[in-house]
Write a protein that binds this ligand. Structure first.
Ligand SMILES: NC(=O)c1ccc[n+]([C@@H]2O[C@H](COP(=O)([O-])OP(=O)(O)OC[C@H]3O[C@@H](n4cnc5c(N)ncnc54)[C@H](O)[C@@H]3O)[C@@H](O)[C@H]2O)c1
Length: 254
């Protein structure tokens, strides 16, 4: 029997690289899985990568209130009350200084990374079982900030405030709420950020620059973020709420 046998897990951004790795891990630990993402074909691809039985996939745009209400009620109807909510969908925006940052991109980043996370809490908390666990994906950007990613940095700080609010509001029902803070993950998002910073350098040079900021000497694998989520979701973390869980290979040290 796995640590999460009998539990249900709802994952937004479920077709993304961290969503898929986490769904695989939570399913391996015994949880029943619901994935939320914006595109049916991406979700079908994710289901086949995860390879577990009985995955519920829901197409929804997390920026839209009606979609969030629907994914929460569909998950409840199909799986029963939610034990684990991985509130994870996010976009990176563009690499640009504040003075040139496009306002429409700012609004898009906020819509997904802040409003989407807020709406997720708003509609999923009522369908959660007592004693459940909510994990919100922030970033090292949500602790230290950094140049040229103002909207992303602000959004990832914002969800820490939301986590601290929800952790207090949910404590009477013993629902724990924490943030996970990935460092530089081997992923599409990192490839895109590398290419946006490249200027007249080679791809290898830009990767070396990122690697020089990781004391453990390599990018984080998506499965290593999944390990952190699985810990926060499990009873091993039963007294952990309101915390910020770093998985960054030591990047915050330097
Ligand atoms: N990859 C990294 O290096 C890294 C580092 C720190 C934090 N993060 C955070 O981890 C989370 C997952 O990122 P990832 O690397 O898996 O990226 P990803 O792009 O592979 O996955 C994100 C998923 O969110 C979905 N999504 C975006 N907007 C949506 C919307 N409006 N409605 C529904 N779904 C939507 C996308 O379709 C995608 O499948 C994000 O919050 C990201 O900011 C990633």
């Amino acid at each position: 029997m796995g640590k999460l046998t009998g539990k249900t897990a709802l994952i937004t951004g479920g077709a993304g690289i961290i969503g898929v790795a986490t769904a695989k891990r939570l399913a391996a630990d015994g949880a029943k899985i619901a994935l939320v993402d914006r595109d049916r074909s991406q979700l079908e691809e994710a289901e086949s990568q995860i390879g577990a039985k009985g995955i519920l996939s829901i197409v929804a745009d997390v920026t839209k209130s009606a979609d969030c209400a629907r994914y929460a009620s569909d998950a409840l109807a199909a799986l029963g009350p939610i034990d684990i909510f991985f509130n994870n969908a996010g976009i990176e925006g563009v690499v640009s200084p504040v003075t040139e940052y496009p306002e429409d991109v700012f609004d898009d980043v906020y819509a997904v990374n802040v409003r989407g996370v807020f709406l997720g809490l708003k509609y999923v908390i009522p369908v959660m079982r007592e004693g459940g666990s909510i994990i919100i994906t922030s970033s090292i950007a949500g602790i230290r900030g950094g140049p040229n990613m103002s909207a992303y940095v602000m959004s990832k700080f914002a969800v820490v405030g939301l986590m601290r609010t929800a952790a207090q509001e949910c404590a009477p029902r013993r629902i724990r709420v924490n943030t996970i803070h990935p460092g530089f993950v081997e992923s599409r998002m990192m490839r895109r950020l590398e290419m946006q910073r490249i200027g007249n350098r080679t791809h290898e040079e830009i990767q070396q620059e990122f690697l020089s900021r990781i004391p453990l000497g390599r990018y984080v694998q998506p499965e290593e973020i999944a390990n952190g989520v699985a810990y926060l979701a499990s009873d091993d973390a039963r007294m952990v709420t309101g915390s910020q869980h770093l998985v960054d290979g030591g990047t915050m040290l330097v």
